[in-house]
Ligand binder design. Structure first.
Ligand SMILES: *[C@@H]1O[C@H](CO)[C@@H](O)[C@H](O)[C@H]1NC(C)=O
Ligand SMILES: *[C@@H]1O[C@H](CO)[C@@H](O)[C@H](O)[C@H]1NC(C)=O
Length: 352
C-alpha cells in the first residue's frame, strides 16, 4: 500500500483520537499526501472559476484520475491563478497606447514533480462596445526587471503575441504552456506586460474607448499539470463479487464518512464537504474463502499459519479495490486548485 493515499483514512481516524501534539505531525503527513506543504490559509479567496466547478461536477471519468474532463492533455491537477500584478496601469495612456498592464501569476505552489501540460491565459473584457472599434494587443514576457520600471527597457522583454481584436464581449485565450513551465521556477517568473493600442486613425471619441478598456480588463491564468506519482497503480479490475452472507467479524468493507469540518479543513477545502472513505476491518480465518478475495499469497499464508501459527501470522484485511475522488480547494496563494486523487475510497476489501 506504499505510495497509496489510502492511509489517509488511517490518518483521519487518528486525527480525532490523537493528542494535540501528534495532530500536527499526522496532519502534516496527510497534507503531504495531498501534495501540500502546509495547511492552506486562504487570506482573500476569490470566487471559484466556472470551468473548475463544471469539471468538478462532472467527476472523474472512467475512474481515471490522470485525465481532466474537457482537456486533450493528460493531467490530474487544474490550477487557476489570480492576477497579482499591480492594480494600476504603468504609465499614462498616450497616443495610440490605451493600456499597459503588468500581469503576475504566482505558480510557486506547483511542485517539482508536476509536469505542466497546458497553460492558458484568459483576457476578459468586462464591457463591450458594438461599434466595431478595433484594437491591437501585444503580450510580452518580462525576462528581466529593471529598477526604473519596464518602460525604457524594451530589450528585457520578449514579444509573445501581437494581434488585433474587437470588443465583442468575449475572452481572448493564449497558449502559455511553455511560459508556465518556466514560471514554476519562481526566479524566472517576472510576469507579463499587456499592451493595448487603438488605431490612431479612428474616430473622435477614441479616448473614451481607451478609458473603457483600461478599467475592464480581467486577466487570469490556469494550468493543467500531471503529478505522475498519482497515476502509478493500474486499476484493479472489479472481481466477480460473490454475495455470500458473512459473519460480522469477518474481513469486509466498513462505511466511514470523513467530514472536513470535523478535521478543521472547511475553510480551505471548497468541495466536497466530506466523502465516504470507508475502510477494511475483520478477520481472515482459515480456510480462506473465495468470499474474502484472497491473493494466492494470502491463501498460502493461511495454509502455513494453520500448521505453524506461532511463526506465520494470518493475512491481513486490506483494500483490494480503491477509487479516486476530486477535491477543489484554495492553496496558500488564494489560487483555486482542482485535483484528482487516486485511491481515496475503499470499494472492496480482501485478505492479503
Ligand atoms: C500549446 O503550446 C504547446 C507548445 O508550447 C504545444 O505543444 C501545444 O500543442 C499547444 N496547445 C494548444 C492547445 O494549442
Ligand atoms: C490598425 O493598425 C494596424 C497596425 O498597427 C494595421 O495593421 C491595421 O490594419 C489597422 N486596422 C484598421 C482597421 O485600420
Amino acid at each position: 500500500m506504499e505510495g497509496s493515499l489510502f492511509f489517509l483514512f488511517f490518518l483521519f481516524h487518528t486525527l480525532f483520537l490523537a493528542e494535540s501534539s501528534e495532530i500536527s505531525i499526522q496532519e502534516r503527513m496527510l497534507l503531504k499526501a495531498l501534495g501540500l506543504n502546509g495547511k492552506p490559509n486562504p487570506v482573500n479567496p476569490g470566487p471559484v472559476p466556472k470551468t473548475l466547478w463544471s469539471i468538478f461536477k462532472k467527476g472523474i471519468q472512467n475512474d481515471n484520475p490522470c485525465r481532466m474532463e474537457g482537456f486533450e492533455v493528460p493531467g490530474n491537477i487544474v490550477r487557476s491563478y489570480r492576477n497579482q500584478g499591480p492594480l494600476t496601469s504603468s504609465g499614462a495612456p498616450h497616443q495610440s497606447l490605451c493600456s499597459r498592464k503588468h500581469l503576475f501569476f504566482d505558480l510557486s505552489a506547483v511542485e517539482k514533480k508536476e509536469q505542466i501540460t497546458l497553460g492558458q491565459l484568459e483576457i476578459k473584457f468586462k464591457r463591450n462596445t458594438y461599434d466595431g472599434q478595433q484594437f491591437q494587443l501585444r503580450l510580452y514576457r518580462i525576462l528581466q526587471m529593471s529598477l526604473k520600471g519596464m518602460r525604457q527597457h524594451k530589450t528585457n522583454r520578449k514579444l509573445l503575441v501581437a494581434q488585433s481584436f474587437r470588443l465583442l464581449h468575449k475572452s481572448l485565450y493564449f497558449n502559455l504552456t511553455k511560459v508556465a513551465e518556466d514560471w514554476t521556477n519562481p526566479e524566472k517568473n517576472m510576469g507579463l506586460v499587456l499592451e493595448i493600442f487603438q488605431n490612431a486613425t479612428s474616430t473622435k471619441s477614441s479616448s473614451t474607448h481607451c478609458e473603457q478598456i483600461n478599467s475592464f480588463i480581467h486577466a487570469s491564468l490556469f494550468t493543467v499539470s500531471l503529478d505522475p506519482s498519482g497515476c502509478k497503480t493500474s486499476r484493479t479490475k472489479r472481481s466477480s463479487s460473490s454475495s455470500l452472507p458473512s459473519p460480522a467479524n469477518i474481513c469486509k468493507k466498513r462505511n466511514f464518512y470523513i467530514d472536513f469540518k470535523d478535521v478543521g479543513w472547511h475553510n480551505w477545502v471548497i468541495a466536497p464537504r466530506g466523502y465516504m472513505a470507508n475502510y477494511c476491518h475483520g478477520e481472515c480465518p482459515y480456510p480462506l474463502t473465495e468470499m474474502l478475495k484472497g491473493t494466492n499469497h494470502a491463501v498460502l499464508q493461511t495454509l502455513v499459519h494453520s500448521t505453524e501459527p506461532e511463526i506465520t501470522p494470518l493475512p491481513s484485511c486490506a483494500p483490494t479495490k480503491l477509487s479516486p475522488i476530486s477535491m477543489l480547494y484554495y492553496d496558500n496563494n488564494d489560487n483555486v486548485v482542482l485535483r484528482h486523487y487516486e485511491d481515496m475510497v475503499v470499494d472492496e476489501c480482501g485478505c492479503r
